[in-house]
Design a protein around this ligand. Structure first.
Ligand SMILES: Cc1ncc(COP(=O)(O)O)c(C=O)c1O
Length: 425
């Protein structure tokens, strides 16, 4: 077969882009070479609908072992009784939980998208806002912290069937125990979406959601540094509260409902090559190297936030406890959109983001979000954060000045040579 030169040329170009630039997108990371090798491997050819030992296809003995290994390692990482590693993405993991728990029209309560929440937590452009009656809590205007009083008030008022905690652009830890109290009071379930800070939670650097939240979902490709994908976990399985019974009249456990929701509920055949890569990444997370990495991600985020504060940038909530920060650019007279566009010209990638109580649209935005998961994988330490804040600041303060941006880009490219990416490739 003829080599597909146009695509392989583009792959080489993308590798070069990743190598030479500074990656500050909070939801991105660089997997290890062995994670990528597992991803680009033979199980991509295999159909395996079902679960290990209970497949709808023949020849699944080997992929069963892979999936079991992924499940066992994930259970070990978070000390959980139940894990499903099949969701194709974070959004699929959340959709499966919703399908397992909710009926169309049921009420859910999540963090508003414009305050840092995620589309799948009830946004009206997402299935979660179309199929269910979505209600929202927010953050406090004065300090950018989650407004737990508002959450409690809304929960008591609307009596949702599910409360969702977790966010895409929130730099602080969560008080899971407090939310569980009100969930118990109104008789609903509590789900945490830890897509962003999962790696820090895995190493005990943030509060543990598992004792308080009935169900926990995550992506695998952000701080967890695995392949793109989703996972669903429970520390303890429990009888589903709505009394669904199986054929023998036994009440089904939540694990059964969740498994059924992933397949056949919302997905067909699992991506077994990605599950193999998840297993590799989970093995890495269990290592001491990853423990050091997670600590460094958090230290770098704190150093980067301090470097921006020193340059009079306004960080929502005043700082960070995890791997990311959201900056309100209004005192710098530049929109998130313009900032993103100027930075990309200097080969610094970051994404525009609405800030709480934003007066600009989601397309323009007043904010920008930075994260340290990817640059820490490149090998950067706290002292390097000064350089990062300096180049970002120079671009944002000279966003129309092509000569300055060109000069910064050269500095960025030279700086990144110190941090080789995939030297084997
Ligand atoms: C909190 C949260 N949940 C879910 C997702 C969805 O993940 P995916 O893009 O893999 O569907 C994201 C992705 O940004 C996220 O930030």
């Amino acid at each position: 077969m003829q080599r597909d030169t146009p695509i392989f040329d583009l792959l080489a170009k993308e590798l070069q882009r990743q190598r030479s630039g500074i990656e500050l997108i909070a939801s991105e990371n660089f997997t290890s070479l062995q994670v990528m090798q597992a991803m680009g491997s033979v199980p991509t050819n295999k159909y395996a609908e079902g679960y290990p030992g209970k497949r709808y296809y023949a020849g699944c003995e080997v992929v069963d072992e892979m999936e079991n290994l992924a499940i066992d390692r994930l259970k070990q990482i978070f000390n959980v009784e139940y894990a499903n590693v099949q969701p194709h993405s974070g959004a699929q993991a959340n959709a499966a939980v919703h399908l397992a728990i909710l009926n169309p029209g049921d009420k859910i309560l999540g963090l508003d998208l414009s305050m840092g929440g995620h589309l799948t937590h009830g946004s009206n452009v997402n299935y979660s806002g179309k199929l269910y009656e979505a209600h929202f809590y927010g953050v406090q205007k004065e300090n950018g912290l989650v407004d737990y009083e508002m959450l409690e008030q809304k929960a008591r008022e609307i009596k949702p069937k599910l409360i969702i905690v977790g966010a895409s652009a929130y730099s602080r830890d969560w008080d899971y125990a407090r939310v569980r109290k009100v969930a118990d009071e109104v008789g609903c379930l509590l789900m945490a979406d830890i897509a962003h800070p999962a790696g820090l939670i895995a190493k005990g650097l943030l509060s543990d959601p598992f004792d308080h939240c009935h169900i926990v979902t995550s992506t695998t490709h952000k701080t967890l540094r695995g392949p793109r994908g989703g996972i669903i976990m429970m520390r303890k399985d429990f009888e589903n509260p709505w009394g669904h019974k199986d054929n023998k009249g036994n009440t089904k456990m939540m694990s059964h409902l969740l498994d059924m929701a992933v397949f056949p509920g919302i997905q067909g055949g699992p991506l077994m090559h990605v599950i193999a890569a998840k297993a590799v990444a989970f093995g890495e997370i269990l290592s001491d190297d990853y423990t050091q990495y997670a600590h460094q991600v958090q230290k770098n985020a704190q150093a980067l936030a301090a470097a921006f504060v020193a340059r009079e940038y306004n960080i929502i909530s005043g700082g960070t406890e995890n791997h990311l920060m959201l900056i309100d650019l209004r005192n710098k007279n530049i929109s998130g959109k313009k900032a993103e566009q100027a930075l990309v010209k200097a080969e610094i990638t970051a994404n525009k983001n609405m800030v709480p109580f934003d007066d600009k649209s989601a397309f323009v935005t007043s904010g920008i979000r930075f994260g340290t998961a990817a640059i820490t994988t490149r090998g950067m330490k706290e002292t390097d954060m000064q350089f990062i804040a300096d180049v970002v600041d120079r671009v944002l303060m000279n966003s129309e000045d092509t000569a300055t941006i060109e000069a910064v880009k050269k500095e960025v490219n030279a700086f990144m040579e110190q941090f080789p990416l995939y030297p084997e490739l």
